[in-house]
Design a protein around this ligand. Sequence first.
Ligand SMILES: C[S@@+](CC[C@H](N)C(=O)[O-])C[C@H]1O[C@@H](n2cnc3c(N)ncnc32)[C@H](O)[C@@H]1O
Length: 255
Amino acid sequence: MTNNRTRAQLFGAIAMDYSRLRPGPPAAALDWLVGIDCETVVELGAGTGLATRQLAKVVSEVCAVEPDERMLEAFIVDSTSVSLRQGSAEDIPVADGSVDGVYAFDAWHWVDLSRAVPEVARVLRPDGQFGVAWTTIDTTLPLWAEFWSVIDGAHEGDQQPGRFTLPEGAPFAKPEGYTLSWVRPMLLEDLVSLLCTYSPVLAMEPAERAGYRRRQRDFLKQHSLVQGNDLVDVPYRTVCWRTRRRNAPFLRVFD
Ligand SMILES: C[S@@+](CC[C@H](N)C(=O)[O-])C[C@H]1O[C@@H](n2cnc3c(N)ncnc32)[C@H](O)[C@@H]1O
C-alpha cells in the first residue's frame, strides 16, 4: 500500500485513537496563521476536528471539509460556528471568492498540488489568507530521531510534512514561515500508541505492527532520557506557512 491517495485514507480506520492521541496545533500557531481580517474560513482535511476546535475560537465561521466518511463520523466540534462538509482540497464545496481564509493542518501533504492550489485560489476572496501547518515530534535529539524514523521517512520531495511550495505562477504572495517549539507531556504507552496513528505504521500488516510497537516501547524504556518515567516530556514543533491570494484574476484549471 504505497500510493499516496490510498495511504491518505488510512486514518478513518483508527479515527477515535487519532482523536485521543494526536495533539491539535497550539493556540500560538492559530494566532500567527489567522489574520484579523479572516472571519469566514474553510479548513481542508479537518479529520476529527482537532484543529477545527481551535479555529472556531478565533474566527466567526468555519466550513470544515473532510473526504473520509469515517473521520466525518468521529468529528466532534461543539460550536454553532462550524459546519462540516464532505469534500477535498481538490474539490472544495464552497463558491468562488467566498471565504477570507483557507487552512490545512497536518493535511496539505496528502493533496494533489496541481489541482488543490488552483482550487484554494478559486474559493478565496482577493487578498484572502491561505495557511498550512504541521505539528509533529521534534526529531533534533537522537532519541526522537530514532523513535520517529519510520514516520519521518514516509514522504518525499514537495509532499513532505512541513514543506510548502507553490507552483510557479500560482496567484499567491511569497509564503512566510514560522516554527513553534513546545513540550507535550505524554504517558509512555500513549506515546507508543501515537506511532500507530501515522500512515506508515497503519500500512503495516498486524503482526509487523505489533512487533514494531514492541521494539519501539523497549527502545524508549531503555533510553537514559526516559528510563523509569511513565510520563515523558516529548519535544514538539509546529511548522506554519502563510500567504495571501493575489488580486490578479485567476482562471480556474479544469482537467
Ligand atoms: C493527518 S490527518 C489531519 C486531520 C486534522 N486536520 C488534524 O489536524 O488532526 C489528514 C487528514 O486529511 C484528510 N485528507 C486526505 N486526503 C485529502 C485531500 N485530498 N483533501 C482534503 N483532505 C484530505 C484525511 O482524510 C485526514 O482526515
